[in-house]
Design a protein around this ligand. Sequence first.
Ligand code: NAD
Ligand code: WQD
Length: 343
Amino acid sequence: MSKKVLVTGGAGYIGSHTVVELQEKNYDVVIVDNLSNSSIDSLDGIQAITGIRPAFEKFDLCDRERVYSFFKKNIDIAAVIHFAASKAVGESVENPLKYYRNNLVSLMNILENMEKFHISNLVFSSSCTVYGQAKELPVTENTPILPASSPYGNTKQVSEEIIRDTMDASDFNRAISLRYFNPIGAHPTALIGELPLGVPDNLVPFITQTGIGIRDKLRVFGDDYNTPDGSAIRDYLHVVDLAKAHVVAIERLLTDKNKANFEVFNLGTGNGVSVFEMIRSFEKVSGVKLNYEVAKRRPGDIEQIWADTTLANNELGWKTKSSLDEAVRTAWQWEKHYRSLNP
Ligand code: NAD
Ligand code: WQD
């Protein structure tokens, strides 16, 4: 019989791609999402790709009573993947309480009910932001966590602590925290992808929106970093590779392969890519000359980071497959497809 997985935030960017991968592996998915940063249309995309429309409930995971009644109705859930969170770094600096409330209260409501209804398996969306500017690169899971540079980043650090303490409190509980580096790209069908509200903060959606003419030009935030070409370096991974890692993590928990009650894995490619290299990749795969200018560094940005992926490779048996160009090509195809339907 297929196992039932709750995917919170499953209408969002990474969640929707993960639902596709879960359904392709015959998991029975139920999504909870309040659509605060996503559209119900992503369910159409998931259905068109997999032939299955996942069960969906729209409510706010901060609503404790609502979360309780949801779990009470769904006691057959075998595992939870918790994506739902607010994720805009700049907004979190302006409105920290929104971030602490949304990201921490939703997590606690879920943990409380997982315990109550004896659901033991949790996969959590963490972030490389917990490392800040590490002294040594690449970063391993043992690289020291630095004081967070934003309330958003702090919610990921505190969430991991909350999960660790909850897992320690009972042998029955187990969780895997996945620290994503920079997810980019879209499903190769271009039926689901990243849909930032308003002006994108992230590099790749800003590039594709500039390429298609919605934005006038990309500003490259700093060309005076201590890197080979002066622009900042990140580890960009294809969202479909990232989605597949969640299925592997779920299978690890469901088949008792986990080696501790709380495990942490870095998910990246292991390669650093500069902003200028990203621009060149976009120009190559799209054939579009990108309008850009060099601007001042963005406050709060780190200079460079990329992942040591040894643990994920060896323990999860997971590795990214897509090249940078393949990932950027899917981001561009998604942008073109989406704008052709929503001019
Ligand atoms: P997203 O905004 O596309 O998806 C999050 C989803 O959660 C949205 O559909 C939103 O409507 C929903 N949501 C938010 N608060 C909710 C609540 N209280 N109740 C119900 N639903 C709620 O974001 P994403 O890029 O898919 O990110 C998913 C997770 O991965 C987040 O936890 C994010 O912090 C983390 N993460 C993202 C990145 C990235 O660059 N995209 C990197 C590292 C970690
Ligand atoms: C990448 C690079 C920018 C936009 C953020 C969050 C982090 C994580 C991933 C969730 C940087 C440069 C960008 C632009 C640019 N999210 N850039 N012009 O900052 O690595 O990480 O998303 O956990 O927490 O902070 O990603 O895509 O914003 O930027 O030059 O218009 O592109 O300076 O060097 P970042 P990003």
